[in-house]
Design a protein around this ligand. Structure first.
Ligand code: ADP
Ligand code: UDP
Length: 239
């Protein structure tokens, strides 16, 4: 069936979600809007929507090829993708291979320390509360997810690390950390949703430790989209 765009369902900080003529599918539109610090810093970055749409599609395909269930269906336009409609679980799943960002701020840890074992954290998706860190018992007590869903999300989040760490390493990059969001499909399965782009992960050059991800925007380092395109190039994706 030819997928056509329906009404807008939700406009987030960086993407807009549309209904389609198929009740089990949505269209994700990646906009140029870039936000940080819970929407305090917002800018439009030329071509970012296109770069992130293509990047996300490529990564989700790699994950599918490795047997991980994702939302991916097809790319519709340069900035829009057709995805499975999911009932999103309001938890962000964060895996860290090296210390950075909020972990360093929270615990006074030096940036760049290799983490053994790799750590896992849940954050509640709630801008008004600044996405607080929560644990499994909170998720169960407040019915954000069942134990089975929690176990599945954790397992898949670590599986993603096994696929993506070597993929980025081949491009001489370190996958420092990343955030994933999951949802439940119409047949009750836990499926990887939202996006995997340089907006939601940290990637450093393995030799120089140069930051190639959204920290360039957060920290005002410049050349944000150019750097995202360089990441893509290094993993064999020409945008
Ligand atoms: P935010 O909501 O944090 O501002 P975005 O601008 O990225 O983030 O908006 C995209 C929204 O779409 C998010 O709320 C995300 O949870 C939701 N979403 C992502 N993928 C899917 C999907 N496959 N099905 C349903 N909703 C999704
Ligand atoms: N992240 C994200 N969205 C969020 C919070 C974090 O995509 O709302 C990503 C972030 O880009 C990084 C990882 O999750 O790759 C861990 O982020 P951290 O907890 O260090 O928070 P930050 O320093 O980004 O505030």
């Amino acid at each position: 069936m030819q997928i056509t765009k329906g009404e807008e369902l939700y406009r987030g900080k960086a993407k807009t979600v549309f209904h389609t003529n198929d009740a089990t599918k949505l269209i994700l539109e990646f906009r140029n809007d870039t936000s940080a610090f819970d929407g305090e810093k917002i800018e439009k970055l030329e071509r970012k929507g296109e770069v992130n749409n293509k990047f996300n599609h490529f990564i989700m395909q790699q994950l599918e090829n490795a047997g991980i269930k994702t939302q991916v269906e097809s790319m519709l336009t340069d900035t829009q993708s057709v995805v499975k409609k999911l009932s999103m679980i309001p938890l962000e799943c964060v895996v860290r291979n090296f210390a950075a960002g909020s972990l360093c701020r929270r615990l006074g840890i030096e940036e760049g320390i290799a983490l053994n074992p790799t750590t896992f954290e849940f954050f509640l998706k709630n801008d008004a509360l600044h996405d607080p860190m929560v644990n499994e018992s909170h998720a169960l007590a407040f019915d954000w997810a069942t134990q089975a869903q929690i176990d599945r999300m954790k397992a898949i989040t670590f599986d993603v690390n096994e696929v993506l760490t070597p993929l980025f390493r081949k491009g001489n990059m370190l996958l420092v950390d990343y955030k994933l969001e999951f949802g439940v499909s119409h047949d009750g399965e836990i499926v990887l949703g939202d996006e995997f782009t340089p907006d939601g992960c940290r990637l450093w050059d393995a030799d120089t430790k140069k930051k190639l991800d959204k920290d360039r925007f957060r920290q005002g380092l410049g050349s944000v989209v150019e750097s995202y395109i360089e990441i893509a190039d290094r993993i064999g994706l020409s945008i």
